[in-house]
Design a protein around this ligand. Sequence first.
Ligand code: NAD
Length: 384
Amino acid sequence: MADVHAVNFDTKVTKFSDQPEGNPPTRRRQTIIFSNFVQKLIMNSKILVTGGTGYIGSHTVVELQTAGYEVIVVDDLSNSNIDVLDNIEQISGKKPAFEQFSLADAAKTDDFFNRHRDIAAIIHFAASKAVGESVQLPLHYYRNNLVSLLNILDCQVKYGISNIVFSSSCTVYGQPDKLPVTETTPRKDAESPYGNTKRVNEDILQDAVRAYPQLKGIALRYFNPIGAHPSALIGELPLGIPQNLVPFITQTAAGLRSELLVFGDDYDTPDGSAIRDYINVVDLAKAHLVAIERLLQNQNKTGYEVFNLGTGNGYSVLEIVKGFEKVTGLKLNYRIVERRAGDIEKIWADTTFANQELGWKAEKGLEETLLSAWNWEKRVRGIR
Ligand SMILES: NC(=O)c1ccc[n+]([C@@H]2O[C@H](COP(=O)([O-])OP(=O)(O)OC[C@H]3O[C@@H](n4cnc5c(N)ncnc54)[C@H](O)[C@@H]3O)[C@@H](O)[C@H]2O)c1
């Protein structure tokens, strides 16, 4: 099967402009027919979201459903909870279809795609993502993250599914020599097996697209996703001690942790703490919608594209701590400790390419985002 979705799109547009002579449609009528057609096309588009009960995946499911897409989620629930589906339904009014299995299982993945040949595009979030754990369990990380993508790509080729959006990370840049980082900033050797899986998966996707011209892929390099849906019904729920700053902050504020550890205050930054580009998870989710539409509507310029998804602003750890205290009125118990192995000093994105080429821009401010993270933590912990 060829690029069914794209072919249908072109064919129908051609038919539409071939109106019978003697009954030329007015421009307004043309516009209405065209927008009805586009709407119908969207409504008929089934998107597979792997890892869709996870943090970023669940927010993306909501955005896709809100835009009229039919979503099917595959997740093995290794790092998420089935209840997320009910919470998605509360927000969007629709529970996504769901299947539980590991995409690292080739037979189950093939069986799934065989039964869902009408999938128009895939957003591949499913992966193991804990940097520290990946150092302890490198084989698990390589197997889960690489084999899952390989299995999906095999099925895309076999069942003629052209479009895939892949979750990559700014971790591929390491500590860049020049800031901010653009998409052409050279990638560096990964600091961890997890980081290496992102780098290798980008290469696998790029090579697959070269070899199979019907494939089209977009790798989105996320900076630091934080915050939660404004409804506080979905958000980030890390297992164990959070590795990321904001869940560590909210769990400390909620009393789950006795203190927040700030790793290093002797970096070459204005206040000595490390700097990152924190992006609201809803803004990030919306970028996936744009990327999917770019692929479905054949607007991509090359078969494989890469975009940085950040805000373009760098904030230090201490600025985030102060920002959280300001918006919540709470005092955080924090302690400055040694630098953490593997952490880089500072990074933030140049978002010009994503802004101009995707027409997407992160819109939510830091304070609103920190408050959303706190509202989510409060709801999860039953704090009023
Ligand atoms: N959160 C971040 O800071 C961040 C930053 C950059 C990139 N990313 C990437 O974005 C993606 C989503 O991250 P997240 O923060 O939402 O993580 P998450 O752990 O919340 O979500 C990932 C989901 O994938 C599922 N999963 C893992 N392996 C699977 C498999 N083999 N088969 C089926 N399901 C599987 C997990 O159960 C989980 O629900 C990941 O690929 C991650 O590496 C995340």
